[in-house]
Design a protein around this ligand. Sequence first.
Ligand code: OXT
Ligand code: ADP
Ligand code: MG
Length: 579
Amino acid sequence: MSNLSESTEVRPTTDGFHLVLDALKLNGIHTIYGLPGIPVTDLTRMAQAEGMRMISFRHEQNAGNAAAIAGFITAKPGVCLTVSAPGFLNGLTALSNATTNCFPMILISGSSEREIVDLQQGDYEEMDQLAIARPLCKAAYRVLHAEDIGVGIARAIRSAVSGRPGGVYLDLPAKLFAQTMDAEAGSASLIEVVDPAPRQIPAPDAVQRALGLLRGAKKPLIVLGKGAAYARADEALRTLVEKTGIPYLPMSMAKGILPDTHEQSAAAARSFVLPEADVVLLIGARLNWLLSHGKGKTWGGANAKAWGGQKFIQIDISPTEMDSNVRIDAPLVGDVGSCVSALLEGIAGQWPQPPAEWINAIAERRNKNIGKMAETLAKDPRPMNFHSALNVVRDIVRDNPAAMLVNEGANALDFTRSIVDMYQPRKRLDVGTWGVMGIGMGFAVAAAVETGQQVIAIEGDSAFGFSGMEVETICRYGLPVCIVIFNNNGVYRGTDQNLGGGSDVAPTVFVKDARYEKLIEAFGGVGVYATTPAELRTGMEQAIRSRKPTLINAIIDETAGTESGRITGLNPAASLKKK
Ligand code: OXT
Ligand code: ADP
Ligand code: MG
């Protein structure tokens, strides 16, 4: 009897949908950025029903960018959810960009049925997504059975955040979601990942080698990269800089680890310190194009050869980063926190401060540049230019140091980077390693959602166009985002001519005097048209006071920009001109 009653007892079941959500929640992931459609519409509904935050976008690329930067901001993988084939492809640029920038992110995409896809029988949105994603991310997995969902999510999380962080693809075919299994067994199959990003302690001899090199330096320099910002070793980094007295250069997204106003910042003497330094300690910064690959004119060129060139110490979690461009004399492989702590232990006693000539020479150069900049910023030209507009943004950020600053464009990017000081770590979010346009609104949404802080997005008018429709998303969720479009009527500037003399405008030129502010008004946000710094200031102050979604169309002199901003020389035609 009792056997019979046991066998007929109806035990609760769970399904693929809920296992995915439960696995994410179990690992502290409570927000999904994405876009609904077959086969994930119900997953988005159920996510809300289960108490998760489902931020729904207008285009998957922006949802992907949001997830990627959420990963950078929180050091947990940001999750993006897309539909099959086209939705997946739309998310892929962001996944790839996340991997390039070492941001932890998981792109979860629904996909069509394996049996049909593999025989290429023309399923709805058919595509072999796993194969396409694999070369573009750090790891790619597919789950076919409900009981493997826990393992799939655990592997995705670990892959995204351990070692060098990056993007992970998780392929979930439509059929998986409707699979059911015993609820208790389902719950037991989930994995709460223990220590997903283990510390990586550097070898003691590597620490001694690095200290030896640093101790002997006459012109030492520290370069802080976004890996240092990501590592959240802010106090240790500050102590290292201040205790050693070594000047430091922050890469773009490392600005604010120490306040840009710190007296040891060499940012305003960049082109002086790079070729002059004799020992450079790179902390979470790669010697890629942004650092001229560690060689050539930027680093002393022919002169460097004469005195033997710079010696490099590099702290990085990825061992294969060493020697990627030039010899690394003292590789220090480990996480930034552990490596910097180990260095600090080694310098616990007396540490020789850098020679006064080096410090004074940097100060002289820095003060000269800052003085020159102050003169330029004090001007009030009509029409407004990048400098006079950024003078306002600079004040606003100084007065609101906790605000998140999103920044993209060419001139709008480069001028903002050098003019707007940052005061706190991980506040500046920008185009990163690829110099990619289109991160703006996705980053802005995630910055607001993840931190609750005011977001200020400084956007070139071209840059904004890549993700502009997300102003509706910003209004829908009522996010405290103040978008400022630096409107100079085009890509780089608005004055190019059609070289063929035809009636089409030049490829870089947009509609003149476009009224971008009306875009946000369509969705109930606040639009501001600003032609003077005073109008810009009032608009930004009101946006911050009200925390209302605001778009300020800041009209900038259309002749003010230069081709590609500060990287003109990378245009192929620049080398033609030299010949
Ligand atoms: O030492 P020197 O004397 O040299 O001076 C330096 C510092 O010492 C000094 N400085 C200071 N002075 C005084 N005070 C302070 N506080 C201070 N701080 C610094 O200032 C100078 C400069 O300092 P910086 O910036 O540190 O040094 P430098 O030499 O510039 O650094 C070198 C780099 C390489 C590290 C730096 O330049 C950098 O980080 N650059 C990033 C560049 C980048 O990524 N650009 C974006 C890409 S451009 C292009 O690709 C664009 N596209 C094509 C496209 C893209 N990207 N993506 C996609 C998906 N499709 C297409 C497009 C379409 S940009 C673009 C749109 C452009 O149009 P918009 O309308 O959007 O924008 P506008 O141009 O505004 O019109
Ligand atoms: P930037 O563009 O600011 O110069 P990069 O993106 O080029 O910075 O470099 C970031 C580096 O930081 C990458 O090589 C990455 O492996 C490394 N990194 C990321 N997180 C950590 C960490 N926690 N500890 C050590 N290195 C890290
Ligand atoms: Mg422009």
